[in-house]
Design a protein around this ligand. Structure first.
Ligand code: S3P
Length: 437
């Protein structure tokens, strides 16, 4: 590592062995939040230890929940759904977490008399919140954002009423915010998505015995007084595992068996896309369309092999949203063209991930072009040359750069590798453990 110059990842491999990914970030956020909304203590097994999920614990402590850690377990002593939450009038720091920024307001909005302002780091201040301002205002909350669109976001709680809301973007964060507020709103609250996004909130609502109905892309929740939840086990994160999957696909001679990974079908779009590209990925992926209150967990067996280009359209985007930059990387090593369309949402992530992946991969030798809502990359089956890739403060771009370095011909210098700690603090150690001694 050279000061200010980043972290270098030399060509290395094969990547071999068994691997267990860190706990799921999405489910960890929800487990802690639902624990805080519960009247009885909730034990969360395998809570993710990362910067983002730490921000959620800090915010929940601020508003009055009790939280104790015991190894990988968390004991959350909640305050109940309709609590008099603390820190009213104050500022809640969401750090870099878009999920906390969008989910917590759903609960705060239903607390009459309370007022909180959510704010975070420089990146969070560029993340749109109008997508939650609109439905919460329709439900009766007082919500205000900078320029109507960006944090700081102020939420003034109110007696909420149920709405029927056609969500303009396929976003699990928006859906979750509305469903959480819906538990506090009189009558029923219905949200219709344009495409199915991850359904962890629906599954945890069902496990909490909250009346919930799903009809295709429409979800309806009914007002409740309390949650009935006592224990949650968080599976391994398929989005974190995806970096190891990609490394195993790209580095010759690799074979990795991944255990305890979440295989919820609303999260495994990347695995199906990679399989279509020819990647050798074996595992019992949950059947697309499954409606369940459980989070399926299983094993994946991944090996290196030749890849070919593919087309990814809007229907596949929500189930692969956090892994689409890895589709670009696989495409750069594949034979032929790989195109991703309908993914304009990538511009609103921790960084503009379309610009970040296109500039980043081009800088290390890829033939890649940006479009308004995606990218297209042309591969000829050869390894990328290497060079420098700027993570732009984005954890997923940092880890992408590391994987690209291992698979490249000359290595990749990743500027801003420390961003990986947002979701995956042990990424470098886990990767090193799979490399030859
Ligand atoms: C998340 C939903 C997705 C995803 C993010 C986590 C969640 O965002 O990109 O990393 O936990 O609900 P959107 O809901 O904005 O698509």
């Amino acid at each position: 590592m050279s000061a200010g110059g980043g972290r270098r990842f030399e060509p290395a491999g094969p990547i071999r062995g068994t691997y267990r990914p860190p706990a799921d970030k999405s489910i960890s956020h929800r487990a802690a939040l639902f624990g805080a909304m519960s009247d009885v203590p909730v034990t969360v097994h395998n809570y993710l230890d990362s910067a983002d999920t730490g921000s959620t614990l800090d915010a929940l402590l601020e508003i009055g929940a009790g939280i104790t850690r015991d190894g990988d377990d968390l004991l959350v002593r909640g305050v109940g759904l309709h609590a008099a939450l603390e820190a009213t009038g104050g500022r809640l720091d969401v750090g870099n977490s878009g999920t906390l920024l969008r989910l917590l307001p759903g609960w705060l909005a239903g607390q009459p008399g309370g007022e909180w302002t959510l704010d975070g780091d420089e990146s969070i201040r560029r993340r749109p919140v109008d997508r939650v301002v609109e439905p919460l205002a329709l439900m009766g909350a007082g919500v205000a954002a900078r320029e109507g669109r960006y944090p700081p976001l102020t939420v003034r709680g109110a007696e909420l009423h149920g709405i029927e809301y056609p969500a303009p973007v396929a976003s699990a964060q928006v859906k979750s915010c509305v469903l959480i507020a819906g538990m506090l709103a009189d009558g029923t609250t219905t949200l219709t998505e344009t495409r199915q996004s991850r359904d962890h909130t629906e599954r945890i609502l069902q496990r909490s015995r909250v009346p919930l109905e799903r009809d295709g892309l429409t979800v309806t929740v009914t007002q409740v007084d309390e949650l009935e939840l006592d224990e949650i086990t968080v599976p391994g994160d398929p989005s974190s595992a995806a970096f190891i999957v990609a490394a195993a696909c790209l580095v010759p001679g690799s074979r990795v068996v991944i255990g305890d990974v979440g295989l919820n079908w609303t999260r495994t779009g990347f695995l199906r896309i990679a399989q279509r590209m020819g990647a050798v990925i074996l595992g019992d992926l949950e059947e697309p369309g499954t409606v369940s209150s459980e989070e399926p967990v299983g094993e994946l067996d991944v090996a290196h092999g030749p890849l070919e280009g593919t087309e990814v359209g809007p229907d596949e985007v929500p189930t692969s949203i956090d892994e689409l930059t890895l589709v670009a990387l696989l495409g750069a090593f594949a034979e032929g063209d790989t195109t991703v369309r309908g993914a304009a949402e990538l511009r609103h992530k921790e960084s503009d991930r379309i610009a970040g992946v296109v500039d980043g991969l081009r800088g290390i030798g890829a033939d890649i072009a940006e479009t308004a809502d995606g990218f297209s990359v042309r591969g000829n089956g050869a390894r990328l040359e290497g060079g420098t890739l700027d993570a732009r403060g984005d954890h997923r771009l940092a880890m992408l750069g590391a994987v690209a370095g291992l698979a490249s011909r000359k290595g990749v210098q990743v500027v801003g590798m420390e961003a990986a700690a947002i979701s995956y603090p042990a990424f470098e150690q886990d990767l090193a453990a799979l490399l030859p001694g």
